[in-house]
Design a protein around this ligand. Structure first.
Ligand code: CU
Length: 470
């Protein structure tokens, strides 16, 4: 066994660390590389194969076809970028431009995206495809597009000033490379990133494996996470905001504007989640299921190393993909577990009034200052979901959407997985109809008596009324 001291001082520290990690059972083999040898094609794959020259390979396979080579990905609230094949190369055209984007009915803003979409449409391709992507800049300032996580020649990496000239307004640049990997990747502006990404200039880049190691999913959903600062009454996200965001989005939409994921009972479901801006990591939790995290940014994880989770942390600049079988019918939320990320603007900077006894304050303010004034949030914020107050221009109530039972008092980074038996289309099937006796209801007096449950009500609480569930 190599001691820590020896490990730190050993002349062969690198080889030593590899041995230690292997002994510790590291999931990924750590291997020293001979100097002057080019890198392998991917970080983890092909480790037992001979090294391949680090040049952009010529494609050896025909362009992958949807249906035949892969199940097309679904990007809720967005589309896949159309492409055509010219002489064996998949050709795409991205147009960076200002987009009047609706986060949810009642809230619009001038954002920056691609091809009329915020975020840009999903680029979808297959491992081994050669892609040629034209980028037209219709923004008012220079841009460039970086292909995040994709192995390519340095000059195609899209970093303005470093690996290419910036694309000036009105110019069209051409990028071309062969995809030698699979996985959930991204593209984003890499010029004045702070501004351009805060305004939305990014998208997903999904590469399907040419030869998948597992069965293909029946439903394959892809999401990009986003966060924005949009002050009430304004219509332009503020790129100067550094920490205090007030809109959190799946594919640039706020619940309930997020299109649900619909699956048939028994479908194999894949969910890909990626984040490339701005400042927060998001622990995304799916209710009702355990799932296997099957891919990182580096592609498929060997089955023995896949973790079973119910929440997966998506760091800024990362993607995670997870798979499960839709074996539990219902309406299941998928949301960020940072509690401030399932709200909208109104939760931000709101004074803490919980437990406050407004007394005659409301009456006095109504009489002298603001007719209709009401101190809010004294019993918690949930009640605000049901209020119908006059809202400031271009803002949404803090939370909420009508649900089948009550108002749902979450918003922001929330969407729904709707699993149904016997559906013949993947249109939104509406709310789940629960089988009788499977919904939590108010406890009946008989139940309480039988089980010896004594209910002590808080002195201020209204007297309980016992209902017999029907
Ligand atoms: Cu979050």
């Amino acid at each position: 066994m190599i001691t820590r001291r020896k490990f730190l001082t050993s002349a062969g520290a690198l080889a030593g660390s590899a041995a230690v990690l292997q002994k510790l059972g590291s999931a990924q083999e750590v291997k020293t590389r001979e100097p002057n040898k080019p890198r392998e094609t991917t970080a983890a794959a092909n480790r037992n194969k001979p090294l391949i020259e680090r040049v952009d390979p010529k494609p050896t396979l025909p362009p992958g076809e949807p249906g035949k080579d892969y199940t097309p990905v679904i990007t809720p609230n967005n589309i896949s970028l159309p492409w055509k094949v010219i002489d064996g190369v998949k050709v795409y055209h991205l147009v960076a431009e200002e987009v009047d984007h609706e986060f949810a009915p009642g809230m619009r803003a001038k954002c920056w995206g691609f091809n009329g979409h915020v975020h840009g449409p999903t680029i979808e391709a297959v491992e081994g495809d050669r892609v040629r992507i034209y980028v037209t800049n219709n923004l008012p300032e220079a841009t460039s597009v970086h292909w995040h996580g994709i192995l390519l020649p340095n000059g195609m990496d899209g970093v303005g000033g470093l690996t290419q000239k910036n694309i000036q307004p009105g110019e069209t640049f051409r990028y071309e490379f062969t995809l030698r990997q699979h996985g959930t990747h991204m593209y984003h502006s890499h010029s004045d990133e702070m501004t351009q990404m805060a305004l939305g200039a990014m998208g997903l880049f999904v590469i399907h494996p040419r030869r998948p190691k597992t069965e293909r999913p029946d439903r394959d959903f892809a999401f990009m996470l986003g966060e924005w600062r949009l002050d009430t009454g304004t219509s332009r996200p503020n790129p100067n905001e550094m920490t205090d965001f007030n809109i959190f989005t799946f594919n640039a939409k706020i619940f309930p504007a997020t299109e649900p994921m619909v699956a048939k009972l028994g479908d194999r479901v894949r969910i890909r989640i990626a984040s490339v801006a701005v400042m927060d990591h998001h622990p995304i939790h799916l209710h009702g299921y355990q799932f296997r995290v099957t891919e990182t940014d580096g592609g498929q994880i060997p089955e023995s190393a896949q973790q079973v989770e119910t929440t997966v942390l998506i760091g800024v600049g990362q993607s995670r993909t997870f798979d499960f079988v839709a074996d539990a019918p219902g309406d299941w939320p998928m949301h960020c577990h940072m509690t401030h990320h399932v709200m909208t603007q109104m939760g931000d900077k709101f004074p803490n009034t919980i437990g406050v006894q407004p007394g005659k304050l409301d009456e006095k303010i109504r009489a002298s200052l603001l007719p209709g004034y009401m101190t809010m949030g004294t019993n918690g914020m949930g009640e605000m979901a049901e209020m119908h107050m006059k809202m400031p221009r271009n803002s949404l109530p803090m939370v909420g959407a009508p649900g089948p039972f009550n108002v749902i008092d979450m918003s922001g980074l929330l969407t729904l997985l709707k699993v149904r038996e016997g559906i013949t289309s993947y249109e939104d099937p509406g709310w789940y109809q629960h089988p009788q006796g499977t919904v939590a209801t108010i406890a009946g007096a008989d139940d309480l008596r039988r089980d010896g449950i004594e209910v002590r009500t808080a002195p201020s609480a209204p007297q309980p009324t016992h209902h017999h569930p029907g």
